[in-house]
Design a protein around this ligand. Sequence first.
Ligand SMILES: Cc1cc2nc3c(=O)[nH]c(=O)nc-3n(C[C@H](O)[C@H](O)[C@H](O)COP(=O)(O)OP(=O)(O)OC[C@H]3O[C@@H](n4cnc5c(N)ncnc54)[C@H](O)[C@@H]3O)c2cc1C
Length: 401
Amino acid sequence: MAKSLSVEVVVVGGGPAGLTAAVALASAGIETALIALRQPADHRTSALLAGSVAALETLGVWEACAGQAAPLRTLRIVDATSRLIRAPEVRFTADEIGLDAFGQNIENRHLVAALDSRATAVGSLIRVESEAVAVESRDSDVVVSTKDGDTVTARLVIGADGRRSLCRAAAGIDSRGRTYPQTALTFNLAHSRPHRDTSTEFHTEQGPFTLVPLPGNRSSLVCVVSPREAEHLQALNETELNAELEQRSHSILGKITTEPGRGVFPLAIETVQSFGRQRIALVGEAAHLVPPIGAQGLNLGLRDAAMIGELAVTARRDGGDIGSDNVLDHYDALRRADVQSRTLAVDLLNRTLLSDFMPTQSARGLGLYLLDRIGPLRRAAMREGVSPRISQPRLMRGEAL
Ligand SMILES: Cc1cc2nc3c(=O)[nH]c(=O)nc-3n(C[C@H](O)[C@H](O)[C@H](O)COP(=O)(O)OP(=O)(O)OC[C@H]3O[C@@H](n4cnc5c(N)ncnc54)[C@H](O)[C@@H]3O)c2cc1C
């Protein structure tokens, strides 16, 4: 029989951003429902920066992740192009800014499993295992209908329903984006040499080739290439692929064996005109799509989840309406600068790699040269990368909502 529920907040979508929002709100005592189907295993990995790890620790999620994650203590950028002007190698180490690690790398399947079991453990979180099919905003509430005929009424909807967001469409929020002539291939690898907690990003003419440590002698790889090259790599047999990846990684990790669970992701970028309106706030990829360069996407998504949670808790404590235009306008203002600046930086870096225009190459080379040579600049860049000054929600500072 169809059910009707009434809560303060309903989260739509059970990816990492939605699960984090739901756990954060329910843990803070807000009546929350999560409409989500269980996710299929995602073999991608996420490099989570220190603030994201602190948030997950505060929410009681990280405990179950720690054994599956590897610290990122050194980041290397190596210009592997064959262009006339090549940038020097730049090496960032976490201890230069007084940190043990910049962050931790973990397979999404382990992260989502840890969030999922925490969501179950937070007894007050109501789980509706279905798909949302309609979202209707009204003056004082919003009604979400599910495929199974249930309805959930709330003051605020958090749309965490990914890049083809139903919530975004229901709020009438436009998004702007474009595709790149590139595809990201993802692999998890076992290798014969240790990675020494170092992530290495080789810059090539087709895009970055980034190795990120996993526990033991394992790493994840995001290899950004042209769609044609992606097809070629996908057609290789296992022995050929292992040899090709070893050669592209300049053998720094020795012999490579690719593990099952590969991914193919055409590169695109997308930003929304607003982060929330009509009682609907967008988080994660429903709000922004960033190419997988420089590990930004989910870190932004977790900051979205933490920020809307913080604003909802504050509004409720002050006796306000947690889905009001005031709350959503404030959320939009707080998230816009962070998301736009990161999106722009990723887009610029990617374009400078693809461009054969000599002045563009020189500018990238000069930027990396300055980062390499000028200690205070390098340290400022590292600090900004790990914890952005413009938007650091309480959870990212290790404080409860
Ligand atoms: C190759 C690659 C590497 C990456 N590496 C990193 C990295 O190192 N660090 C980093 O920070 N980020 C990284 N990212 C980005 C990161 O993977 C994404 O930002 C993140 O997975 C998005 O999470 P999400 O919860 O917003 O969306 P999703 O994971 O897409 O989750 C959305 C969920 O909503 C559900 N859903 C959709 N519609 C409905 C509906 N109507 N009703 C109910 N549920 C619905 C979907 O089934 C899905 O489960 C990478 C991305 C790629 C492609």
